[in-house]
Design a binder for this molecule. Structure first.
Ligand code: NAD
Length: 319
């Protein structure tokens, strides 16, 4: 029997892919999104769409009142740079928005919630690849708001006075990339930013010396992790890294994008600018827990995933 699954932020990059796959599996999908960063076209036509805001309990209430079996909570302000421009937006959307979703879950005894957490909560960890038991030390307002939200999720689920089993999982995603990531949003997704720059004939901007590394994980793998986790009791109450474990430097990423357009850093304008606040030097996931608890391994190899993304991007600009 199909379930009613609420995806907050379901018009966004990751949420839209999840909505599409869950509809395809025959689930009833409800998307709540205020469209501040999302795209209505990402919401499959078979899904119910509610334009609303997680900061407003009254927007959540009617959806929960109609019955929700699973919540995938992805609505969020997802840019580190914007978090420095206005930290109160992050706190309101990422932390208070999550508290609202939790309140609605408690009121309606919703049994299952998955939360979109972030590798940024680790900060400059000594251990890279970083396992989940490294104490988080966020260095951006964004990461503080995500870590606070994650703690609210897990503290709430651990309460003994709830009167029902509230099963939660946080997926600490690393750098998710792939088809449909915005090519015009200068604040999110470094691969998409680089591709968008080249397609528009604009210089690529690299912050710091480009030797900082990120762990790029393809959207297909990320969706398999989310959907697989929904019905996996071993994941209840757990925070789990979703990344490949392989770091890629920003310079290497830039070279890879330029090569696919027949360029190198010598033939294409690449500007180096100072590091941005909240930047992390090294980042990669220890994925032992994802393997043990979710039986999850990344399947999309970096070169293939990036080539697919670039081919998709070319069709978007050509339109
Ligand atoms: N993309 C990544 O690499 C990555 C990594 C770790 C965590 N995350 C988290 O995963 C989630 C989804 O990320 P994404 O890359 O799909 O970003 P996205 O910006 O494409 O999606 C976020 C969605 O949330 C919506 N939204 C924002 N504020 C809202 C509000 N107040 N009420 C309702 N909807 C609101 C936006 O309109 C957008 O559709 C975010 O919470 C992000 O912080 C993303």
């Amino acid at each position: 029997m199909s379930r009613r699954i609420l995806i907050t932020g379901g018009a966004g990059f990751i949420g839209g892919h999840l909505a599409e796959r869950l509809v395809h599996q025959g689930e009833q999908v409800v998307v709540l999104d205020n469209l501040v960063g999302g795209n209505r076209a990402h919401v499959p036509s078979a899904a119910e769409f509610v334009q609303g805001d997680v900061r407003r309990l009254e927007d959540l209430a009617p959806i929960f009142a109609a019955g929700v079996d699973v919540v995938l909570h992805l609505a969020g302000q997802a840019s580190i740079r914007l978090s420095f421009a206005d930290p109160s937006v992050d706190l309101n959307v990422n932390t208070l928005g999550t508290i609202n979703v939790l309140q609605a879950c408690l009121k309606h005894q919703t049994p299952r919630l998955l939360f979109a957490s972030s590798m940024t909560i680790y900060g400059p960890a000594n251990a890279v690849p970083t396992p989940e038991d490294v104490p988080p030390a966020p260095v951006s307002y964004y990461a503080v708001s995500k870590y606070a939200a994650e703690r609210y999720v897990h503290l709430t689920a651990a309460r003994r006075d709830l009167g029902f089993d509230f099963n939660v999982t946080s997926l600490r995603m690393f750098n998710v990339y792939g088809e449909r990531q915005s090519l015009t949003n200068a604040y999110q997704g470094v691969l998409a930013i680089f591709i968008g720059s080249v397609l528009r004939g604009e210089p690529i901007t690299i912050h710091a010396d480009g030797e900082q590394s990120r762990d790029f994980v393809h959207i297909d793998d990320v969706c398999r992790a989310w959907i697989g986790a929904i019905d996996t009791p071993a994941a209840f109450g757990r925070e789990i890294n979703i990344g490949t474990g392989t770091p890629t430097s920003v310079n290497d990423l830039c070279d890879l994008v330029l090569a696919s357009f027949g360029h190198t850093r010598d033939t294409y304008p690449v500007r180096y600018e100072p590091a941005q606040p909240g930047d992390m030097r090294r980042s990669a996931a220890d994925r032992t827990l994802a393997r043990t608890l979710l039986n999850w391994e990344p399947q999309v190899m970096r070169e293939a995933g990036m080539a697919r993304t670039i081919e998709w991007a070319k069709t978007q600009i050509a339109r």
